[in-house]
Design a protein around this ligand. Structure first.
Ligand code: FBP
Length: 553
């Protein structure tokens, strides 16, 4: 492998552990807290998880290590979308495991959860591990989106564990993967397999967050990467003064990523999906809202600006999700064949017009033709429209253009409107982890092993007090059942970890709300610049504005 100078330098970086884990394995003691209950639906969750419910929160502290010494064989899985820092979770886990006992073994299941079922694995050694320290990506073992949720999969997983003598599995994933980790932990306990299951909170989307998980790993680096790019575009935009840039940022459903980028960069407009839903805004209303800013800025001679759009926004527009449901219905099963047999777009349009309700057709009709066609071309394996593939940055650029044309005709707007569109997503998921993510992830992995060593099952590795220097971070674990509630999924009541959307009464949104009118009209851009790995702490180790605001900083 050809190594860049930065990669070589990052190999030398020593991630910072929470102070309480810095004294060496022999001096890590465990302190149990109060018994826990789930965030909601306590009776039902307790009934579903009789072996793992109600366990106490735990914290590690300096003291004598009293864990039982036995050989540990640990399996690790990376699950779902990449997030910077995943490699450091593995290296933290590996280092703690080896520091406890040189005979301990770490097995990596390849390609995500399916690696466990297919028994596709590697055994880590120092040489292999060292190639991945402090690097981005999940290529150390790969990742995948297979869900571990059926009894049959659990049986196979148990067999695979038996074969390797596995004593614990660490699942590094988002809310769904950790929900499944919790179900697997209960299965392992109920069947007395002796296998412990520990989760680690990952996702750049930032929606695995609650009173115990302050931030999911990867969010810090991904938002810093997008903010750098948005800041650069803001500078370009303010230099050339000729384009409105519409920038879509990743985050499948929650708008945490968009909000954090807005707090970092102060663009003219940032849409927040959760607000769109709460206010039941229509596409036309959103386009008018953006067009108002374009018009006001044009009146000041500023025919340029930056609009940030969260990836999932269209799903939060009530009339748009109603349209999607009707399209899914219109093309369900064999009905799609009749549609596909039509040759011209005019014929197809007539078919659609006949099939949709008047309300849905009204929404469909205002969409640019390219988006209309996307809705009928891009289907998932179940035949449903893939909303995440809709180019909403182009959609809003076009809808605003229509509004401005009308305003020009009415004589209220006289500016120039030229657009550029961008999507920032995958480029943020595998960046070299920021110092924060490198430290946080290493700590999560190290800590996960301490949970294993002390015999805990069905716990999430928890590191908190994160807006303070790493020395003051608090390491421990929380039963995953504590984060569960019952939700209706695919027509069934299921125990799941509650997904955290942007809270409209939360401090980050309130701060944004208090400033956005000014940002819309003025040019108040801020330029975060590239992630800094070396230099003063206040530049290199700083975490997100979201976390700082949430923690009252
Ligand atoms: P996770 O929730 O698994 O962490 O993935 C997040 C994400 O990056 C979303 O932001 C994005 O919508 C999605 O993955 C893209 O998935 P894919 O890699 O399958 O295209």
């Amino acid at each position: 492998m050809n190594l860049s100078p930065l990669q070589k330098a990052r190999y030398e970086y020593v991630p910072k552990l929470p102070g309480m884990l810095r004294h060496g394995i022999a001096e890590i003691a465990v302190k149990k807290g109060e018994a826990t209950t789930s965030v909601a639906d306590q009776e039902k969750i307790a009934e579903l998880f009789p072996n793992t419910y109600g366990e106490p929160e735990v914290t590690f502290e300096k003291g004598q290590n009293t864990s039982v010494v036995k050989k540990q064989v640990v399996g690790v899985i990376l699950s779902g979308g990449q997030a910077p820092g995943g490699h450091n979770v593995v290296s933290g886990l590996y280092d703690a495991l080896k520091a406890t006992n040189k005979e301990n073994v770490l097995i990596g299941f390849k390609g995500g959860p399916s690696g466990l079922i297919e028994d596709n694995f590697i055994v880590f050694d120092d040489e292999y591990m060292d190639q991945y320290r402090n690097t981005g990506g999940f290529d150390i073992i790969g990742s995948g989106r297979t869900k571990l949720e059926t009894e049959e999969q659990f049986q196979i997983a148990t067999e695979v564990c038996k074969k390797h003598g596995i004593t614990a599995i660490v699942i590094i994933g988002g809310d769904d993967s950790n929900t499944n980790a919790c179900v697997l932990a209960e299965y392992m306990a109920a069947h007395k397999t002796g296998v412990q299951v520990i989760g680690c909170p990952k996702t750049i989307d930032g929606d695995l967050k609650n009173e115990d998980i302050e931030i999911s790993f990867g969010f810090d680096t991904a938002t810093k990467t997008y903010s750098e790019l948005i800041g650069n575009i803001e500078r370009d935009c303010n230099s050339a003064k000729k384009y409105w840039h519409f920038i879509k940022v990743m985050g499948r459903s929650a708008s945490h990523v968009a909000l954090e980028c807005a707090l970092e960069c102060q663009p003219n407009i940032c849409l927040i999906s959760e607000e769109v839903k709460a206010k039941k805004q229509s596409l036309s209303e959103i386009a008018d809202y953006i067009a108002d800013a374009v018009e006001k800025r044009a009146a000041n001679g500023n025919n340029f600006g930056v609009v940030v759009i969260p990836e999932g926004v269209v799903e939060f527009v009530p009339e748009f999700s109603a349209l999607i449901n009707e399209i899914n219905e219109l093309l369900a099963g064999s009905k799609a064949d009749a549609f596909n047999a039509l040759e011209s777009w005019t014929e197809k349009y007539a078919f659609i017009e006949k099939g949709l309700s008047k309300e849905a057709m009204a929404v469909f009709a205002i969409l640019p033709q390219a988006i209309q066609q996307q809705l009928f071309l891009e289907r998932d394996p179940h035949g449903n429209v893939q909303v995440s593939l809709i180019e909403s940055e182009k959609l809003f650029a076009a809808l605003v253009g229509d509004k401005l044309k009308a305003r020009k005709a009415a004589g209220t707007y006289t500016g120039k409107y030229a657009t550029q569109t961008h999507f920032f997503g995958y480029e943020g998921r595998c960046a070299f982890p920021s110092n924060f993510d490198a430290d946080y992830c290493y700590s999560l992995g190290y800590n996960a092993f301490m949970l294993i060593q002390y015999g805990f099952n069905g716990y999430l590795s928890k590191v908190s007090n994160l807006s303070r220097p790493a020395e003051e971070w608090v390491a421990g674990g929380m039963p995953i059942t504590k984060m569960m509630n019952i939700e209706r999924r695919h027509g069934e009541d299921k125990p799941v970890i509650k997904k955290a959307l942007v809270e409209l009464d939360g401090k980050p949104f309130k701060y944004f709300e208090a400033h956005r009118d000014e940002w819309a009209v003025e040019t108040s851009y801020t330029f975060p610049g590239a992630i800094q790995y070396y230099g003063p702490t206040e530049v290199c180790d700083l975490t997100t504005r979201t976390l700082a605001l949430e923690q009252g900083k």
